[in-house]
Design a protein around this ligand. Structure first.
Ligand SMILES: [Zn+2]
Length: 76
């Protein structure tokens, strides 16, 4: 038996991270997003969430009674 451990690749292939917004690979400049546009989209998203947290009022538990008659139709 020959103990031959394979050396790690000299050049590690760098996989471009997929854009969390559109799942496309873009430029490194806007990592992990593909472009400034997607970066802005994500920024706006978490900004919105941040603002929502600031509210003191707690939304009342409003369980929709539902006027439907039992059957739930799923529309995909
Ligand atoms: Zn994108």
């Amino acid at each position: 038996m020959t103990d031959r451990s394979t050396p790690p690749p000299l050049r590690a292939v760098r996989m471009m991270a997929k854009c969390p917004i559109c799942e496309k690979t873009g430029t490194v400049e806007y990592q992990p997003f593909c472009s400034k546009r997607c970066a802005n989209i994500d920024l706006g998203r978490w900004l919105k969430e941040g603002y929502r947290v600031e509210t003191d009022e707690v939304p009342a538990d409003d369980e929709g009674g539902g006027t439907g008659s039992g059957s739930t139709s799923q529309t995909g």
